[in-house]
Design a protein around this ligand. Sequence first.
Ligand code: GTR
Length: 453
Amino acid sequence: MAKYPPLSNCRKVSKESIKMRKVYISLLLSALTYGTPTFAQAEKVVKRNYAELANYDESKVPAYQLPDVLLCQDGSRVTNVKEWEQKRRPEILNLFTTYMFGKVPEAPQLNYTLQAIKSNALGGKATRKEITIYLTEEKEKGPHIDLQIYLPNQVEGKVPVFLGISFLPNYTVYDDPDLFVPETYAKPNGTTGKAPARGSMNRSWQLDQILAHGYGLATFCYNDVTPDYDDNFQRGILPYYYRKGQNYPDPDQWGAIAAWAWGMSRAMDYLEEDPQVDADKVAVIGHSRLGKAAVWAGASDPRFALVLSGNSGCCGVALSRRCYGETVEAINVRFPHWFCGNYKQFNNREEYMPFDQHELVALIAPRPIYIASASEDNWSDQKGEFLGGKGAEPVYALYGKKGIGTDEWPPIDTPYIDGTIAYHNRKGPHAILPYDWEMFLKFADKYFKDDSQ
Ligand code: GTR
């Protein structure tokens, strides 16, 4: 599929070089003012420039044409579910895999240890399980996921579960006095730091609300799978799957976002085996970079029944061609470890991408997805996130499913949750907050409690 013009032929290269020139000038000025910058300082300058260079003016969004989600590569048009599932969906999945997230290895044989179980956790209202899922043949010597699960005790039988990928270790999810908090912990940037406080992420996880709704919450820290910094892919899970003699992923092989999503699928392998979990009702959730991972997990692994995108923004559900807020170039330069090598060719060349993010949402159809934006989060392009959902509607329509339910980008704090694609733009910052969970739980109730949906 190498039909994209080489960089030298691309009319946008000049814009790119202007940007880079600004970055270099600013590095130079900072060197003159503060002395030669260290690598870390230099990185900060680059980051600051990307943030400053971002467009936040709707009138400057370039004219763009989205790839037609129903138009097959051979020029034929999808008119029904069968054609979508057998022809167009595999094409789109293949494009995202090859040009953005990268190919992942086959699932290893499920291998896990139930480390602990407490049936009267949280004063008796929950059962807590701690499970180690080994990701390689090396067992505990290789990367492994520490999955923590809380299940509501008031519900009999199998329960639906939210599977969340987290920035921080499991003991931050809830202030559960049983949970051990070490002095220090391995940070995703490869250093060691003072461990965060027990329950410090409680607000983002809303465990009490989840349990009260009769649902479970399973979490693991993304750093269990692969770290979150550019180390030339030498740590984390990737090296364990290199071929003999390989020491860097091929251009179409996984980056960190795909690795985190793959980790979610490995957690799902376990959930399918847990007799207390209703594996037909597992929702994936992640925020920001982990929102991108959760959406890709939902798109690439149809076992996930529902997808919750928390501020997934650029390279999540926001349309790339809008070039509003964070751009493909900004993300690839700042986080070269997130996406596969092939994706770098679209820096500042969004119009040549063989897909856009509405098609990522379409891969989830007919399963429900909730797209949550936040009003202060311009960097994630809230309107682009809405349009990412809108653009998937023709595929949901093939299944007779209603989309968001409005053509206009909804005002702040006006959720649209009646369709199979839900959307809101919550007032406030880039985060998952109690309001988001309130809506997520309402939305999940429609699918997890009402079997007619
Ligand atoms: C930002 C990045 C975003 C988003 C965010 C996060 O720096 O530009 O794409 O992923 O980090 O994960 O908090």
